[in-house]
Every structure is written in structure tokens, then in C-alpha cells.
Ligand binder design. Sequence first.
Ligand code: ADP
Ligand code: MN
Length: 171
Amino acid sequence: MRSKPNILFTGTPGTGKTTTSAAVAEAANLRHINIGELVKDKKLHDGWDDQLECYVINEDLVCDELEEIMEEGGNIVDHHGCDFFPERWFDRVVVLQTENSVLYDRLTKRGYSGAKLTNNIECEIFQVLLEEAKDSYPEDIVVAMKSDSIDDMNRNVTTITDWVRSWQPTA
Ligand code: ADP
Ligand code: MN
């Protein structure tokens, strides 16, 4: 049993996971774990995928690395996928969603183009991460939140921070 909740932030790249979850971590005094950075720093991967332009995550190594602190609680996990984390780790799963044209601008600003850009826009159109979250976790802990504007972000940070403050461990 943990004394503080664990929250997963997921969503298509560019929807605002890192910005939003870092703000929640700060406001609610939780640990922010960016899986992409963890994988790179601790080399929890099986090399670089030239086609997808990302590391091939070693999911077992990531789960082993995090098991102990997830049992402790008080973590925010920030990642664009969610199907390989144990279901029991999370008390809340937040799926951020962004309108296509807004997401397109954010990703081009980040330097995405070609297949990488198209794949991510399609991922958002088909709500791939929301479906993945619903398939991987109980529906009542999965919440989709709009993340188009700074107002949306501020509202999401407040909503989740309030939720953390009112969270009670269940036996
Ligand atoms: P992710 O971690 O999901 O890839 P980021 O948090 O890195 O997304 O955000 C991508 C970019 O979009 C950043 O420049 C960030 O400041 C901006 N951004 C994220 N969410 C919002 C939002 N709700 N409104 C306006 N800009 C946002
Ligand atoms: Mn990010």
C-alpha cells in the first residue's frame, strides 16, 4: 500500500505530457519520471531505431528499474506508450489530447517532418494512446484531457493537483 498516488501521463508526442506533468509534480510534490530520458541516461534500451528515430526501449529493464519506487508511490510517469507498465502501478492515467492543426504546428516546431510527423498526427487522429490506455487500465482511472491551449494546461494542472491532494490510500 502506498501513501501517495502514482499517475501516468500519456498521449501522442507534442500533446504536452512533459510540460503538464512537470508542473503537476512541482505543485503536488511528486517525483517526475520522464521515461525517454530515463531510458537514455540508464541505457535501458536495445540500441537506436534508424527508421523510427528513437531508442528501442527494453521494457523489462524499465519496469525493473522503476518497481521499487513505484511501490513507494508519489510518482508521475511521463511516456507516449503505456501498455507495458504493470496495471497495479497507477491510481490515475491521464491521456492528453490536442487538436490536429495545433499538434501539427508543435511537432513541426520540434523539427518533425515526413513519416515521423505523419505517423504522430495519425496517432492522434485515431486516438491510439487513449485506446491503449483503456485497453491497459481500468476505465474508471483513465481520463482524457484536452491540451490545446495554455488555459487548458493550467486547468489540467489544477484539476490533477487537486485530485492528488484529495487522494486517500485504499486498503
Ligand atoms: P510531450 O511531452 O507530450 O511531447 P511537451 O510537454 O514537450 O509535449 O510539449 C510540446 C510543446 O508544446 C512545448 O513547446 C510546450 O510548451 C507546448 N505545449 C504543450 N502543451 C501545451 C498547451 N496545452 N498549450 C500550449 N502549448 C503547449
Ligand atoms: Mn515529453
